[in-house]
Design a protein around this ligand. Structure first.
Ligand code: UDP
Ligand code: MG
Length: 354
């Protein structure tokens, strides 16, 4: 079992060692990140239990669910702990504070014990009924990464659609492995794909990007996300911009390349403009217009340089974070409830990790 001690090891590659001995019967670990999802958790759990029972009956697939409480302020943790492990094992990993969804997903990945891993949001927007389809593509068609993508974005504003498109164009620019546009975090990874993901040592994680970067056999499923029933999305415009900047700088050097190209384009324009001035002065003996063009030139260059310094700064910040080598998250408590125990004695086991 992976504990906080594993997370404290300075070498991120130790994560593999932490997981190597955690294998129980092969099957499927369902990882659910939770941040203030008290209102929808029980309903989601009921649906997950139904899916797990169906998978056990139709494919003899053993399932466990890993709830990662990402420092919720509401009763999410208490509700998760109180869930009965009647038919499937339940792990509740509670993080020491809110570390963000990507960290919560990693915590879930680290604690999964069944081999294959499925990520699903805790707010009910990802239909659990689709899990059966994802499992089918994994087991029947030998796919390693079965990911879901929004079938359309008709219900989103055009500004958001343009921003999303611009983000993916930039992050995929010149990249060998393209991150599919509209892909979400609702995805299934085969055991070897999950292991590949665990072996990636970086701290700044952008799961959508990494899951396509690892390769193997990828498969896309289009689906219609359900409306959020309770609570509200934690992604406001500011957080979305933050996530995009993080994703871009953690995953791609496209902004740096863009800066270089912009510099080249500006230099070429300046050179042509200079040539034109020389030509006009020599041929027509005209006066070179002074202040306005100078002013505009300085403003454009000054602005560009500041922006690009900021971009370079983002990357230096990322390098600093990686070099510091801090753990991505801390586990405050870790509960494990085994379905077998529940059947025998109707009691659960609990291990407090620190
Ligand atoms: N989430 C999390 N930590 C956070 C923010 C969100 O674990 O800091 C979880 C949240 O509980 C949900 C999932 O990530 O299960 C997706 O969050 P949300 O619904 O806010 O995002 P959206 O669906 O709008 O992308
Ligand atoms: Mg959501």
């Amino acid at each position: 079992m992976s504990t906080t001690a594993d997370r404290l090891t300075p070498n991120p590659r130790d994560r593999n060692a932490a997981n190597a001995d955690s294998g129980t019967a092969p099957g499927l670990s369902i990882v659910v990140p939770l941040f203030n999802e008290a209102a929808s958790l029980e309903r989601l759990h009921t649906r997950l239990v139904e899916v797990a029972e169906h998978l056990a009956a139709s494919r003899s697939l053993v399932c466990e669910v890993v709830y990662v409480d990402d420092g919720s302020h509401d009763d999410t943790l208490a509700i998760a702990r109180a869930l009965p492990a009647s038919t499937l094992d339940i792990q509740v990993v509670s993080l020491s504070r809110n570390f963000g969804k990507e960290a919560a997903l990693l915590a879930g990945l680290d604690h999964s014990r069944r081999g294959a891993v499925l990520f699903i949001d805790g707010d009910g927007q990802h239909p659990p009924a689709l899990i059966d389809t994802l499992v089918g593509h994994w087991l029947d068609d030998d796919c390693d990464v079965v990911y879901t993508a929004k079938a359309h974005r008709a219900n989103e504003s055009w500004t958001r659609r343009v921003a999303v498109h611009a983000f993916y164009t930039l992050i995929n620019w010149g990249a060998r492995t393209k991150i599919p546009e509209d892909a979400g975090d609702f995805r299934l990874l085969s055991p070897r794909a999950a292991n590949a993901l665990r072996r990636l040592p970086e701290r700044n994680r952008f799961f959508k990007g990494l899951a396509s970067w690892i390769g193997f056999r990828q498969m896309r499923i289009d689906y219609e996300p359900e409306a959020r029933v309770d609570g509200r999305s934690t992604w406001n415009t500011r957080r979305l911009i933050g996530l995009s900047v993080n994703g871009l700088t953690a995953f791609s050097v496209a902004p740096l390349r863009f800066a270089t190209m912009l510099g080249v384009v500006l230099a070429v324009i300046a050179f042509i403009y200079g040539l034109q001035i020389v030509y006009e002065t020599l041929v027509y003996g005209g006066q070179v217009p002074g202040y306005p063009s100078l002013f505009v030139g300085i403003m454009v260059l000054g602005g560009m340089q500041l922006i690009m310094l900021g971009v370079v700064g983002e990357y230096i910040g990322k390098i600093l974070e990686e070099i510091k080598g801090r753990p991505v998250y801390f586990v405050a408590e870790h509960d494990v409830k085994l379905a077998a125990d529940a059947k025998q004695s109707a009691t659960g086991t609990r291990t407090a990790a620190e």
